[in-house]
Design a protein around this ligand. Structure first.
Ligand code: FES
Ligand SMILES: [Fe+2]
Length: 367
């Protein structure tokens, strides 16, 4: 018998993982409620009382800076009769519910409420907003709805320091612009598309000629729940924007750290930090947010042009791919063929998808 004849090739997940509303619901109440999710950036809440609202796994939340300077996140729900407390973003001295005007401290403790003194047996200490685990990771705020969640350094070991080496100015960064990209597909289709470059040469001519050198592209599983993308930049004369290679030892590299399940730090050549952030919205829809950062959030012609180029090329090209795949996953005619797993890895291999599929099954307690 020939070598390898007994080895079954690895196949992708069955289509129902991407299309079945019951699977999505299990992910929403399970995986998405017990993993670290991006909330915002510290530059959005520099002073005591500054806040912004957001949603994770269908839960309304807000993040607010206390008088003690500490950032805290809470479920955005009044403990009286469950009205929403804050909307949008802004600054406030206390948190006052619009329904019956119960007022909370920035620490979440109840401060006062109309006529509460008349309630027999009522103590203010009985009531407190429900806090959510919050971490600041090189200026990026993440939350985890699981009160027992392990810290991000356990989930993503070493990434904090590696990122700092590639983006030495990271403490001074602030968002310059956000680009929102609605995609009509399951979040896993979009994350998988991001996590392999087997499709790049055929579909991303600008990225593979004007930003990176595809023959050097690889995606490796790092410690914890991290997929790390590494590649060199294009020849300087072919680069679609100017970079200064002498600025930093990593100025000529592209690297990204995908933090399972919904966030990626991405550093373009020239130490340009940008982020991918997926917000699932049901089994058939996901919002992809591209964040672009500069020192102090100051305007940069280079970064704005890069963001526009990225939106008009790579992002646009990917939307067509992922939406077509999602349609195909609903077809009766699709039965998954083997993944392309090259033992030598590299750009034309889908080994990273096998890793993702393992995490996806684990999330549903199926391995
Ligand atoms: S629901 Fe908030 S004060 Fe009544
Ligand atoms: Fe792509």
């Amino acid at each position: 018998m020939a070598d390898g004849a007994l080895i079954d090739p690895v196949r992708p997940l069955a289509a129902r993982y991407y299309t079945d509303p019951a699977i999505y619901e299990r992910e929403r109440t399970g995986l998405l409620s017990r993993t670290w999710q991006f909330a915002g950036h510290v530059a959005e809440v520099p002073k005591p009382g500054d806040y912004f609202t957001f949603e994770i796994a269908g839960e309304r939340l807000f993040c607010i800076r206390g008088r003690d300077g500490v950032l805290r996140s809470f479920y955005n729900v009044c403990q009286h009769r469950a009205h929403q407390l804050l909307e949008g973003a802004g600054a406030t001295r206390t948190i006052t519910c619009p329904y019956h005007a119960w007022t909370y401290e920035l620490t979440g403790r109840l401060r006062s409420g109309p006529n509460l003194r008349k309630v027999k047996g009522f103590e203010r200490d009985m009531v407190c907003l429900t806090e959510v685990k919050t971490e600041v990771f090189n200026g990026f705020i993440f939350v985890n709805l699981d009160p027992d969640a392990a810290p991000m350094d356990v989930w993503y070991p070493g990434v904090r320091a590696q990122l700092r080496a590639y983006v030495p100015q990271i403490d001074d960064l602030a968002p310059l612009e956000w680009v929102e990209i609605p995609e009509a597909c399951n979040w896993k289709v979009s994350v998988e598309n991001y996590s392999e470059c087997y499709h790049c040469a055929r579909n991303h001519p600008t990225f593979t000629t004007g930003v990176i050198k595809p023959e050097t592209y690889n995606i490796q599983r790092a410690d914890g729940y991290v997929l790390m993308h590494t590649t060199e930049c294009s020849a300087l004369e072919a680069m679609s924007y100017d970079i200064d290679l002498s600025a930093n030892e990593h100025a000529g590299e592209y690297r990204s750290w995908f933090l399972w399940p919904l966030f990626s730090f991405q550093v373009y050549p020239g130490n340009v930090l940008n982020t991918y952030h997926w917000r699932p919205d049901g089994p058939d829809r996901v919002g992809v947010w591209r964040g672009w950062y500069t020192e102090g959030g100051y305007d940069s012609e280079v970064v704005r042009r890069l963001a526009q180029q990225d939106r008009a090329t790579t992002v646009e090209e990917d939307i067509r791919l992922v939406q077509s795949v999602h349609q195909g996953l609903k077809s009766r005619g699709y039965s998954p063929a083997p993944l392309v797993l090259d033992p030598d890895e590299g750009v034309n291999s889908e080994h990273s998808l096998a890793v993702l599929h393992g995490w996806m099954r684990e999330a549903l307690d199926e391995i």
